[in-house]
Design a protein around this ligand. Structure first.
Ligand code: GTP
Ligand code: MG
Length: 345
């Protein structure tokens, strides 16, 4: 199971400019020789892996990328200006797939890596180029070479920044739908979410990726229910968002169940930064809110936030708390990557 982000883009490299037919014209020179310059090169389509992007969302808004055409050659042996390249900036980890053959064209694995997807067309030769011993005054010039059209898929295996945790029906999918571009299935029966959903969430001008995974149940770490299939994915998140259904029968027991599963799963999952939230507070009165908050804080040994994914109360604060953890963690992540041995084939 992979989280995939896909985008289809249409590209075209620039055509070369036409060569020029021209003859020198000077005072007192009756028959000037040919002086038509060559056309300029068309621009290339280049793909570049850059830092700081983690989704392909920009390619939902812009799907056409055309490099500029070269300019035609001119008299006095002037070569036409080259057309500008166009550069598609993609996140590291993006795969470039050919649309027709569905083959992998390139794998953008390093920051700064560039791949020329389509070269611009060559400019045509001007008539100056065709001057020879037998033909002193050629009237012939080449057209520029046509640009190349390529339709490709960009494919990115997403690494979620934040993973949603909680019992079935805790309101995870509702939260994701309310805060992101994702449209997960929501229902009032457990295990609505059968495959992980990803959403890009924005807060204070920063975007991050949240993964909604199927609800965990007791025994998930041993393979019961659907949760354990996905625990591996949240392992790579910077922060976990644990939603506790405040309208459930026993929110504290639900909380303990999930924590028990995290610990049983092993690895570093239980030590991962976690934001604990009492959800569905729209269904609670003030007294209940206070009571469960206190109980949960005692159980978790940390602060507990209040939220309703349905009414929106508290949602922004939760997003900010996640963002703060992610910012912290991304720095740490980068550091540990730098310390790693360079990869050897
Ligand atoms: N009152 C109230 N109900 C909510 C809230 N959030 C979700 N619900 C309801 O709770 C039910 C379950 O919501 P989902 O978002 O599907 O829960 P989930 O955690 O994704 O469930 P699974 O995918 O089965 O694990 C739905 O009927 C929602 O309408 C909330 O903030 N307040
Ligand atoms: Mg769900």
């Amino acid at each position: 199971m992979k989280f995939l982000d896909l985008a289809k883009v249409y590209t075209r490299s620039g055509s070369g400019g036409n060569g020029c037919v021209s003859f020198r014209r000077e005072k007192f020179v009756e028959f000037g020789g040919p002086d038509g310059g060559d056309g300029g090169r068309g621009g290339d389509v280049i793909i570049e892996a850059v830092e700081g992007l983690n989704t392909l969302i920009d390619f939902r808004y812009q799907q056409h990328f055309f490099a500029k055409n070269g300019r035609p050659g001119e008299g006095r042996a002037r070569t036409g200006e080259s057309g500008d390249d166009i550069v598609l900036r993609v996140p590291v980890g993006t795969e470039i797939i050919d649309e027709d053959e569905e083959t992998l064209i390139a794998d953008m694995t390093e920051v700064g890596q560039q791949f020329v997807l389509a070269k611009g067309g060559n400019g045509g030769f001007g008539n100056l180029h065709f001057k020879s011993a037998t033909n002193q005054a050629p009237r012939r010039a080449n057209s520029g070479q046509e640009g190349i059209e390529r339709t490709i898929w960009l494919r990115l295996k997403l690494i979620a920044d934040a993973g949603l945790l909680g019992m079935p029906n805790a309101g995870k999918s509702t939260f994701l739908a309310a805060t992101s571009n994702a449209r997960p299935k929501i229902a009032d029966y457990p295990f609505t979410t059968l495959v992980p959903n990803l959403g890009v969430v924005g807060v204070d001008g920063v975007e991050f990726v949240v993964a909604d995974i199927p609800g965990l149940i007791e025994g998930a770490s041993e393979g019961r229910g659907l949760g354990d299939m996905f625990l591996g994915h949240v392992e790579r998140c910077a922060v976990l968002l644990h939603l506790v259904d405040g309208s459930g029968e026993d929110p504290i027991a639900d909380y303990e169940t999930i924590i028990g599963e995290l610990e049983a799963y092993g690895g570093e999952l239980a030590d991962k930064p976690r934001v604990t939230v009492l959800n569905k507070i729209d269904a609670l009165d003030d007294e209940e809110r206070g009571f469960f908050k206190e109980e949960l804080e005692e159980a978790s040994g940390g602060p507990v936030m209040l939220m309703s994914g349905v009414s929106g109360e508290g949602v922004q604060d939760v997003l900010r708390a996640l963002r703060a953890e992610i910012d912290d963690n991304r720095l740490r992540y980068k550091k540990s990557q730098e310390e790693e041995e360079p990869w050897q084939p």
